[in-house]
Design a protein around this ligand. Structure first.
Ligand SMILES: N[C@@H](CCC(=O)N[C@@H](CS)C(=O)NCC(=O)O)C(=O)O
Ligand SMILES: *[C@@H]1O[C@H](CO)[C@@H](O)[C@H](O)[C@H]1NC(C)=O
Ligand SMILES: *[C@@H]1O[C@H](CO)[C@@H](O)[C@H](O)[C@H]1NC(C)=O
Length: 393
């Protein structure tokens, strides 16, 4: 699917904007979500650019002031933990569609709030599909995002899980996968219990920006014994590669799918197609998103290329990382990193790559590396839900 998680980035900008202009209700103020953190300056610039284009320059000064006061407010929060929220009732949002697998014997009742074209959402879907776990999908409108209005966490994916006392929302793709995998290994661990093992801690990131982070999201919770057929070393390797996906591999995607203005337009047209923007948005808005989006992301792609130190020819960085992954599998001498079955790192690499399947970059990757053998092998395992047989053992 797609590397831009479509629109819906720039939460703070929108918050500020909402305070002063109701106009954002038409969605024009929301802009694009990239799959990665953009450099601070670009992000603010783009925010201001888009807001400015709609409403005039005066907003800029006000926004700067807002940012500073938000930063001050957050100082005292550092190191504190967010309380884990459990909902008594299901938010009244109708599913866009239901994915039902006859092989599913987990009894889990899940609703995935997602953008079809977001790599993190693809990662979660791939995990569920592999294990043959049924789920409902709520396609979030990336402009207004009213479908996740009930959540104070404002990103997707969010997985809503039915638990004894209500509904437990789970944030963050990696945490969702770790938590569900822990539950599947030992179903006596309840989801709502496990949720407490993944605390959100307030920290400052490398840019000095305040945020909440789940520091142990790559960890699976095992009680007394390791899962069958897994050594401690396997577990450490799996964790290492999953982290590599989030911290390195995924960052090679954006600069590649927005490499040139032309490519950026093709990518956005493809997003528009799979995201059905023409159906969901009025024509003017669809055109605005594609045009502003393609141009903005082409520019941002260049910044990201610098930030993540990609090579001059960004394709080469994509190929290099893919080869780094493939070499490691070759050393293992197995079909997958996980052996003769994909493990969570195989599913993660496959999941994020799936998000650019319709882009030139993906086609080039297939031509210039030998990733197709591994990719198709994972695809087959996922499409046949082969993980479900492991669960029933
Ligand atoms: N670390 C998160 C990242 C999720 C994320 O960045 N989601 C984007 C969509 S690609 C989003 O919802 N952005 C909205 C926003 O930041 O306002 C994960 O792995 O789930
Ligand atoms: C999800 O995020 C919200 C807001 O940041 C937080 O209150 C909640 O506890 C988080 N849920 C989990 C399970 O971490
Ligand atoms: C576990 O290992 C044994 C032998 O080492 C093998 O026969 C079996 O298929 C493995 N099970 C899984 C789930 O991989």
């Amino acid at each position: 699917m797609a590397a831009v998680c479509k629109l819906g980035r720039f939460t703070e900008g929108v918050k500020f904007f909402n305070k002063f202009y109701i106009a954002s209700q038409n969605g024009a103020s929301r802009s694009l979500c990239t799959i990665v953190q953009q450099p601070q300056r670009t992000r603010s610039l783009l925010k201001l650019g888009l807001i400015g284009a709609a409403t005039g320059i005066a907003v800029g000064a006000g926004y700067a002031y807002y940012r500073i006061s938000e930063d001050r407010k957050n100082i005292g929060l550092e190191g504190t933990q967010l309380e884990t929220v459990l909902l008594k009732y299901k938010p009244p949002v109708a599913p866009s569609r239901k994915i039902a697998y006859p092989v599913d014997s987990t009894g889990l009742k899940l609703t995935l709030f997602q953008y079809q074209t977001c790599p993190f959402c693809c990662k979660v879907r791939v995990f569920l599909d592999y294990y043959g776990i049924s789920y409902d999908i709520v396609e979030v409108d990336p402009v207004l995002r009213k479908e996740i209005g009930w959540s104070s966490y404002k990103k997707v994916p969010i997985l809503l899980t039915k638990v004894e006392e209500g509904y437990q929302p789970l944030n963050d793709s990696t945490m969702i996968v770790s938590l569900l995998a822990s539950h599947l290994y030992d179903t006596s661990y309840k989801i709502e219990e496990l949720a407490n093992y993944y605390p959100n801690i307030a920290i400052r990131d490398e840019d000095g920006k305040f945020k909440y982070e789940m520091i142990n999201k790559y960890f699976l919770m095992f009680n007394k014994q390791l899962p069958k057929n897994k050594s401690m070393n396997d577990i450490i390797e799996e964790r290492k590669w999953r982290k590599w996906v989030d911290e390195v591999f995924v960052h090679t995607l954006s600069p590649n799918v927005y490499r040139t203005l032309d490519e950026s337009y093709r990518t956005f047209n493809w997003f528009s197609e799979v995201g059905r923007w023409k159906e969901y948005f009025p024509t003017w808005e669809q055109l605005l998103i594609v045009n502003v989006g393609a141009t903005a992301m082409w520019l941002i792609g260049k910044k990201l290329k610098k930030k993540h130190r990609l090579k001059e020819d960004v394709r080469q960085s994509l190929y290099d990382e893919a080869n780094y992954w493939l070499r490691a599998i070759k050393v293992r001498g197995t079909t997958f990193m996980g052996g003769n079955q994909p493990d969570l790192s195989d599913l993660a690499v496959y999941g994020v790559l799936k998000s650019i399947e319709g882009c030139d970059a993906f086609r080039d990757l297939l031509v210039h590396t030998k990733i197709d053998v591994w990719y198709n092998a994972v695809k087959e395992q996922v499409d046949t839900h082969s993980g479900s047989s492991i669960l029933s053992r």
